[in-house]
Design a protein around this ligand. Sequence first.
Ligand SMILES: [Zn+2]
Ligand SMILES: [Zn+2]
Length: 392
Amino acid sequence: MQFLSQTTPYPDETIESYLLRLSQDNGYLGFADMADILWDWLVTQDHDLEGAFPNELHSVDVYKASQSSNFRVRALRLVAQLSGVEASGLLNLCWLRSNTQFGAITAVSRGGLLVPRQLLRKSGIPVCTECLKRDTHIPYLWHLRAYKACHKHNQQLTRICGKCDAEIDYRASEAFVECECGAAIKQGPKANQADLKLANALAGNAAAKLVGLLVWFSQGQSISFDDDEFSELFVSYFSNWPNGFEDELSNIIELAIVKQLRPFNHTPFRDVFGSLLKDSKLASTDSQGYNTVQLAIIAFLIKLVEQNPKKKHPNLGDLLLSMLDAAVILGTSTEQVFRLYEEGFLAAAQPPKKNTFLKPSNNVFYLRQVIELQQSFAPNIPNNQQQFVPPW
Ligand SMILES: [Zn+2]
Ligand SMILES: [Zn+2]
């Protein structure tokens, strides 16, 4: 078996878009029609592939094949063979699962770009009508929730059908320029400037750094990517970075001083700052070193400790950190923090009782000591003057 028409993938195309074009070029009634035939053929080649190829465009991407992504990859290799394209050419169109995480959020990757899974659109894929007039295919950028305007044509992507009010989704309509109801998709209005800034940044080299910040901001400020104000708020927040963020942290401290119940050397850092350090992990993957947010936090905490030198009377420099939070500041693992404790680099405010172990969540390390340790030998010591240059 071989496809008569050999469709060539666009480098920025999604796998769903490619398979839809392949089915159209070869005169199938729809994707499901082609998938049925493919399914039968794949199983005759390899029994393991039973069910490895879905007949819904929605479920085709590799990261969606939960237990069987290896079979999905194998099936796509065979499809590539039938289409006369390199297997790698087809697999490069897919979002793949990754072991990497942005904090607690799993990442998917495409062509080396790691993206928090939350950033992918689930329902509805908006489109740029001008792009579709030139090369009819869906670029992966349109699958990102924060990409709302076309950076090439300076116009908003069209999200809603003007006729039936439904969300545009080529995976449901199996058409590029029409809604599921059959109406032609209308051109979007001129781009909103903040949407355009984010779109340009996502299309450029800054994307890798930006995707984590988007998630961190969305969670921290409790604002959905889909909110119309999202880009505006994000751009203005980071245009004033890190000053606005430092003001927030300063306010938290002022409040802590007013509400102080216990001496600060008995107060967990978390009681004052909440999950600030844990949440900062959302802004990048573990392998990327300190991220923009962590650099700003550490610079702030260094100043805090400097302004609160060790005195007889405990102060904010004596707040208590858990092993988990200390690991964020030191840019290392909790195991390493434990070793630093065992080897005497860090003292515990209260040593664990006999026959008990120090738990990662126990608040036992002095902020002051951890910061001093960070300044003395953690890698990439952040510069106090560090300024974030927004990617636009
Ligand atoms: Zn466009
Ligand atoms: Zn419609």
